[in-house]
Design a protein around this ligand. Structure first.
Ligand code: FAD
Length: 446
């Protein structure tokens, strides 16, 4: 029976499915997958270059697959200790009880292409003046070209009293980092929807990965309360570090009306979480009027984020300015601004926007293509326009497909969907289709 099925299944009714089959073609076109069917094979460039890729996440694996196809004879080494691969865009669905955590976990060994050397270690030091990296295990690995794709780190310790072990207990949730955190967050959300009380949803200042995720968790929790019939027993606060909710102005405007007027959130502006007392269930925020401590029954903590420490401490980081500490690349070519044989892709780079898997998908062909041009002694042929995208889930079954570029201009893939309104199509994309597109990206196919 329809009611017995998971919400996502019930939502994908036969009528929706028929409409979706037309959308599938459009989605493939938007992701570039159809080019696979039409483009002639390109001859790989011969080279004996030693290429080192740091990080085997979304960006590192995609880069290794692309470069493995475009270069013949290159020695490609990927460095990353992590064996498990997490499909991070699925974490919000795990934290809202829609997906089981196992759905977002796979093995890097199954994604890395054959012919690549995989060093199971972490880079502890970058030495770009001598074209080498040094691993935590003390190995020095030399390169002709370096691609930094080491993602970012979540700085739990920047919030006094916070540690990842607390997630899932004392009303504390945090969707970031890994499936265990997401699944323990679902436990905390489930307990909150049963009991009600005061719910706080935080967001740090500065760049974070998937800037939509804190908003998605807020709206999905509100949905789960409504669904359970306990919405009237909950008081919900979204605490924003500044005066905005989202960098893209049309979406910012939408949220500033939608959250308070349609979802009943109180928005507390200029509130930055500084400390948490898990036992007392109290959270302290820095505000322009001084510190403010609030009692809570449930809190979604989003700690500040930075490039991994090895990058922050290296000569490769921006030394000052708005991107200080992040990898210093040219925002269009993705080449390092001071070390021309270094490129960067993914969450680690210091550019105005784009810490999403969708950005990685747009960036990988640019960095890989420009590296091949560099090896071939040609002018760069690729440029990244800042494309980023995120299905902003508003509730189970509804989302807004937010797509924009460095100019903060909306660049919608689907002409028939209003890019600032909720719709079931972006939800179905998120729930049913984007993981397959992500896996195709890992294989260098799109
Ligand atoms: C909750 C959540 C929701 C999201 N939702 C979406 C979404 O809806 N849409 C979307 O497009 N994106 C989404 N994202 C963002 C997306 O998942 C990331 O932007 C993407 O995974 C970044 O890829 P990456 O390769 O740069 O980093 P990662 O995939 O995180 O990989 C980085 C890798 O580098 C390794 N590493 C780190 N330091 C070192 C070192 N010193 N030496 C060697 N290796 C190192 C790590 O072990 C890791 O394997 C979401 C992310 C989260 C957390």
């Amino acid at each position: 029976m329809e009611e017995d099925r998971k919400p996502s299944e019930a939502l994908l009714s036969r009528r929706n499915f028929l409409q979706l089959s037309g959308i599938t073609a459009a989605a493939l076109a938007a992701t570039g997958a159809t080019a696979l069917l039409t483009s002639a094979p390109v001859r790989a460039r011969k080279t004996a270059a030693r290429i080192v890729i740091v990080g085997a996440g979304a960006a590192g694996i995609s880069l290794s697959a692309r470069l493995g196809k475009s270069l013949d004879g290159a020695r490609i080494t990927v460095i990353d200790r992590r064996e498990a691969h997490y499909y991070q865009p699925g974490l919000t669905l795990v934290a809202s009880g829609v997906w089981q955590p196992g759905k977002v976990v796979s093995r890097n060994a199954d994604h890395l292409p054959r012919g690549i050397e995989w060093v199971r270690d972490m880079v502890a030091e970058y030495d770009p003046d001598n074209n080498r990296v040094i691993t935590a295990g003390g190995e020095s690995i030399e390169y002709d070209y370096l691609l930094v794709a080491s993602g970012l780190q979540v700085n739990y310790a920047a919030i006094e009293g916070m540690s990842p072990e607390l997630i899932g207990s004392n009303g504390i949730a945090c969707v970031y980092d890994n499936p265990s955190h997401a699944s323990r967050s679902w436990q905390a959300i489930s307990a909150f929807r049963a009991r009600g009380g005061v719910g706080l949803f935080t967001r740090p200042p500065g760049a974070i990965k998937c800037a939509g995720a804190p908003l998605k968790i807020a709206m999905l929790t509100e949905y789960r309360l409504r669904e359970a019939g306990s919405r009237s027993r909950a008081e919900l606060h979204y605490l924003a570090p500044g005066q905005g909710l989202f960098s893209q102005p049309d979406i910012d405007r939408f949220l500033k009306t939608h959250l308070p007027d349609e979802r009943g959130f109180t928005i507390d502006w200029n509130h930055r979480l500084t400390a948490i007392d898990a036992g007392a269930r109290q959270a302290t925020f820095a505000t322009p009027d001084g510190l403010r401590t609030l009692d809570y029954d449930f809190i979604h903590v989003v700690p500040p984020m930075s490039a991994p420490q090895a990058v922050v401490d290296s000569p490769l980081a921006w030394q000052e300015g708005p991107f200080a500490g992040w990898l210093e690349v040219d925002r269009h070519t993705l080449q390092h601004r001071r070390y021309p044989n270094v490129f960067g892709v993914g969450d680690v780079i210091g550019t105005p926007i784009g810490k999403t898997a969708a950005s990685v998908k747009a960036q990988v062909p640019v960095a890989a293509g420009n590296l091949v041009d560099l090896i071939a002694g040609r002018e760069f042929s690729r440029s990244y326009n800042g494309y980023t995208s995120c299905p902003l889930i508003t509730e189970v079954g509804q989302a807004i497909l937010v797509e924009f570029d460095y100019e903060l201009k909306m660049v919608p893939s689907f002409g028939f969907i209003n890019p600032t309104e909720q719709h079931w199509v972006p939800w179905v994309l998120k729930d049913r289709m984007l993981q397959a597109a992500y896996n195709a990206m890992l294989r260098g196919r799109i």
